[in-house]
Design a protein around this ligand. Sequence first.
Ligand SMILES: Cc1cc2nc3c(=O)[nH]c(=O)nc-3n(C[C@H](O)[C@H](O)[C@H](O)COP(=O)(O)O)c2cc1C
Length: 188
Amino acid sequence: MSGAIFYATRYGSTRDYAHWIAKATGLEAFDMDDGAQALQRCDFVVLGCPVIYHKLLGSKWIRRHLDEISRKPVILFTVSGAMADAKLDGWIANSLPQNLIDHAHHFALGGRQNPKELTLFDRTMLIVGGLFNPDRKAGREELKGFDFMDKASIQPVVDLIERWKSGEAAKAPPGHDTKNQGNASPGN
Ligand SMILES: Cc1cc2nc3c(=O)[nH]c(=O)nc-3n(C[C@H](O)[C@H](O)[C@H](O)COP(=O)(O)O)c2cc1C
């Protein structure tokens, strides 16, 4: 089985994860904007989406190609400040169709936010959001930035890709008995 990685990114951290996963597995990584042709060719799909303002970046591209994506086994890795929890599940549910969420294997990876890199608009929005966020720890992170990037955290994604490359997913329809094996998101 052959797969490919399709990612969206605003400030580069999801691209970094996509390239780390590509290097570890031999899969090609495509910015979603350049990936439509590769999508037709692959047997399984790895989607990488950062959370930006409570939504998954890349969700429009995913919806545009939903028919093609839904026919294949799917790994979704999200990159965010908030780690696997009900908040993140809610943002995913607001961004993607439920049948894709049910069918995908989700891994939550920690992101990076450097205030110096942000556009004026994003910086202003995050200052305002940080000041009013009732979750004070998250509020401080919005204001000051953070770096939760962890190369080792891709390992469960790499392990599942290796199993699929060796043909394991072909034995079971997506969303059935392989669902959530090796899932890095606690409680999901
Ligand atoms: C403008 C902006 C909005 C963000 N909104 C959220 C959010 O709603 N929830 C969250 O957990 N993280 C949020 N983050 C943190 C990002 O998910 C994190 O910085 C991620 O690494 C960004 O990915 P990228 O570098 O690939 O664009 C936000 C970051 C930025 C810059």
